[in-house]
Design a protein around this ligand. Structure first.
Ligand code: ATP
Ligand code: MG
Length: 687
């Protein structure tokens, strides 16, 4: 076969990375592709996987780790297309299977379940999301009596953050407290006791939190008896966005592939934005030296995504970074306008500017899908969301408030989780306390009995509640047995769960009708999963994105605008990008104006946001914006200045405009109350 057409599209460096160790030597040595934004790292990874498969590698022995499920779905689609092109078939139709792809957490969950027996875990374990984990932390804290005697003890979410950082960074509690949570350092002994009890509680209840999905995987992979089942089961392990992995994740890779053969990682240190989750840029910088001989390092220097004006503005911003390994990129897309710096009066004006421009772009032929509004924190998009709803512009929001966080959705999921694993205390507590008259003390005693019994449902039936609770209790026992009975089957179970929940929903919530619509949607989502267990696991690890459409997530053919936090926009690209709130206080966030490391991370965030744009980039600067930090006068609005990352010396790379020009010049201001009112309405929208 002549050099395949898909290889000819690549530049020489990309091709080198794609073909590394492929021909005749399927287990080439370790490789690192390190390069700036839009240089084709992800493209190279997809081509490499496809090239390996086209060359005869067994797809079921290839593992592809991505940062989000969305990214893994997209990657598989690309691999499928290239393999199809190479072999002249659509791989699925041609009977060629596809590689394993997913996030570290999702792959971890699956491998742990597969090998649970070997590490003494019950494979029926359930997974706690962050909120559940914080609730369990709180339960344990109460049991230890830390809440009664220690009023100023750190909040449950802070405790969980500390615990999580210790686990993910592989650091000592002492050091973690000193470096990241100095205000909690006085509680070291109590925290250590709390974390010990938290780990015990998880084990007793057969539940795993997110961190466990990595921790158990890392420990399993390091176990010689499991090496064949884990490390040797994959010939190739490939990782995208490697700059945002943490110590625990790098230790998993090293345990899977101690000599690095078949290991490929790609990333960009200038885009490292997850240090708050213990990600460390050291992983990518230290990667080559982990192996002997050291890993092959491939760098890419051509950007295929953005026009030259966008790229040079982004290069200027990142050029001021204190430390950076990747070099500036070049592009031959020399045309195009300079990025806009758009001054607007406030966030309301920002919303109208973005909505107006998006509609103009659509008139000019750009789909909504080809445009995105990006922001630092999820709540920053609230005024824009409201404006979009008002104008009937459909949108999907990534990285925002999740559908699953709604109380009624959690109630149904807790019941299912309790059925799946009756020892899951957070789920059990939530379910039992839905019954009027059942409080924490009684629920706790009942759950103790359930957990101690080899026949949990029988034990639940034998609990003797107060007479006024007896009827509801009997109904609960009956639905739990019905769901646990394999006869009901999935997804019919969820309808049964809803029937049971209905009267509670009506009783608890005034807006029951709206919530019913959510539950109907949940039922619809459930029907796309093969089993209760897969549904619970995958939904917990990858909750659906929020959408403006009551009918649920849009289908492939719908056109909708993308709203995304910058963190969730990683790896993606759009023709037009609007960066909201490009002002000091948002970028850098006023929460980050602490250490210089934090400030540097905020600079990288802006760089990530800017480099998402292909053709058009607007950074919007509201002169006033809403902040959660109250000033001494109780004012929650601050007058903001352009982000410090765009210095005066860089201004010639941008075009500065005011919008709307007339109003801007007149300096007219809207009354403050209007913005506050918008916030309240947005909250109501999410209930
Ligand atoms: P990021 O750092 O943002 O994750 P990346 O380095 O992963 O970016 P890709 O997303 O792979 O970059 O590629 C950016 C764009 O460049 C995509 O639209 C991709 O199709 C295009 N591209 C990559 N390589 C080539 C090439 N050799 N020829 C033409 N287009 C390319
Ligand atoms: Mg990428």
């Amino acid at each position: 076969m002549p050099a395949a057409a898909y290889l000819e599209k690549l530049n020489p460096e990309q091709r080198l990375a794609v073909e590394h160790g492929a021909a005749g030597a399927p287990d080439g040595g370790p490789m690192l592709v390190i390069a700036g934004a839009g240089s084709g790292k992800t493209t190279t990874l997809a081509h490499r996987v496809a090239h390996l498969i086209a060359g005869g590698a067994d797809p079921s022995r290839i593992l592809l780790l991505t940062f989000s499920r969305r990214a893994s779905v997209e990657m598989i689609r690309r691999v499928d297309r290239i393999v199809g092109e190479a072999l002249g078939v659509r791989s699925r139709e041609g009977g060629v299977s596809l590689p394993w792809a997913g996030t570290f957490h999702a792959v971890g969950a699956r491998l742990i379940r597969d090998h649970a027996g070997a590490i003494g875990l019950d494979p029926q374990f359930t997974i706690l999301d962050r909120e559940d984990a914080a609730d369990l932390m709180n339960l344990v804290r109460h049991e230890l009596g830390l809440s009664k005697t220690h009023k100023r003890f750190p909040a449950k979410t802070t405790c969980l953050s500390i615990y999580s950082r210790v686990v993910n960074a592989g650091a000592e509690l002492d050091r973690t407290l000193g470096e990241s949570f100095p205000w909690c350092a006085a509680w070291k002994a109590e925290l250590a006791a709390l974390f010990g009890a938290y780990v015990e509680a998880k084990q007793a209840q057969n539940v795993l939190d997110y961190d466990d999905l990595l921790l158990y995987w890392a420990q399993m992979a390091a176990e010689p008896a499991l090496a064949a089942a884990l490390g040797e089961r994959f010939d190739h392990v490939l990782v995208d966005e490697y700059q945002d992995t943490n110590r625990l994740q790098s230790s998993i890779l090293l345990a899977l592939k101690p000599d690095g053969r078949g290991l490929t990682v790609v990333g960009d240190d200038a885009q490292s934005i997850y240090s708050f989750r213990a990600a460390t840029v050291r992983n990518i910088l230290d990667f080559p030296g982990n192996f002997s001989p050291p890993a092959r390092v491939v760098t890419l220097d051509r950007n295929y995504r953005s026009t030259q004006p966008i790229l040079s503005a982004a290069n200027a911003v990142i050029g001021e970074a204190r430390k950076r390994f990747t070099k500036n990129l070049w592009t031959d897309r020399t045309g195009g306008a300079r990025p806009l710096l758009v001054s607007v009066r406030d966030e309301t004006a920002q919303a109208s500017y973005v909505a107006d421009t998006i509609l103009e772009n659509r008139e000019a032929g750009q789909l909504l899908k080809q445009q995105a509004a990006l922001f630092r924190a999820s709540h920053h998009s609230a005024p824009l969301e409201l404006e979009l709803v008002r104008r009937n512009i459909p949108f999907v929001k990534f990285g925002g408030l999740k559908f699953l966080d709604a109380a009624h959705v959690k109630d149904i999921l807790s019941l299912l989780r309790f059925v799946e694993n009756p020892r899951d205390r957070v789920a059990g507590f939530r379910t039992l306390q839905l019954l009027p008259g059942v409080g924490p003390a009684f629920a706790s005693r009942a759950l103790d009995a359930v957990a101690a019994s080899p026949a949990p449902i029988g034990a639940l039936a034998e609990v003797k509640p107060a007479p006024r609770v007896a009827e509801d209790w009997a109904l609960l026992v009956s639905v739990v047995s019905e769901l646990a009975d394999a006869g009901t089957g999935w997804p019919a179970e969820i309808a049964a769960a809803r029937r049971w929940y209905d009267p509670h929903l009506e009783r608890i919530h005034e807006d029951a009708a709206v919530r019913q619509a959510d539950l109907a949607q949940l039922e619809q989502i459930a029907s796309t999963y093969p089993s209760r267990q897969r549904f619970l696991t995958e939904l917990t690890l990858d909750p659906p994105d929020a959408t403006s459409d009551e009918a649920g997530p849009p289908t492939k053919d719908d056109d909708y605008l993308i709203l995304s936090t910058i963190h969730s926009a990683k790896g993606q690209e759009w023709k037009s990008v609007f960066v909201l709130n490009g002002v000091d206080g948002c970028m850098p966030s006023d929460l980050a104006v602490g250490s210089s490391d934090e400030i540097e991370e905020e600079r990288r965030l802006l760089y990530v946001a800017m480099t998402r744009a292909k053709d058009q980039l607007s950074i919007v600067l509201p002169q006033r914006f809403f902040t959660h930090q109250q000033s001494a006068r109780g004012d929650r609005h601050v007058y903001a200045a352009r982000t410090r990352f765009i210095t005066t010396a860089m201004l010639d790379r941008f075009e500065s405009v005011g919008w709307p020009a007339a109003a801007f010049e007149a300096g007219a201001r809207k009354p403050e109350a209007q913005i506050i009112d918008l916030r309240a309405r947005m909250k109501a929208m999410w209930r």
